[in-house]
Design a protein around this ligand. Structure first.
Ligand code: FES
Length: 86
């Protein structure tokens, strides 16, 4: 799985650096280093009024915030990886 965090200026202002850190911590906590590649990306063209754009493989998620991060990670990373393992 490749997770690309947008670090374009709009997302940067809305906290992409913090989300990079949250993602790194969550990947380490769940021992997913072999399953997940984290990368930065330039503007994906989906700037949102609130939150950061994060692309998980081919799916673009907009408006990810620090508060919404746990649900995002559970739903779009952990559940998806589990689905791939089945
Ligand atoms: S700056 Fe992130 S989608 Fe545009």
């Amino acid at each position: 799985m490749i997770i690309q965090i947008c670090v374009g200026s709009s997302c940067h202002i809305k906290g992409s650096q913090e989300l990079v850190e949250l993602l790194q911590a969550a990947v380490a906590e769940h021992h997913l280093e072999k399953d997940v590649t984290l990368a930065g990306s330039f503007c994906i063209g989906k700037c949102n009024r609130v939150g950061v754009t994060i692309q998980v493989d081919d799916t673009v998620h907009t408006g990810v915030t620090r508060e919404g991060f746990p649900a995002f990670f559970k739903e779009h990373v952990l559940a998806r990886l589990e689905g791939e393992r089945k």
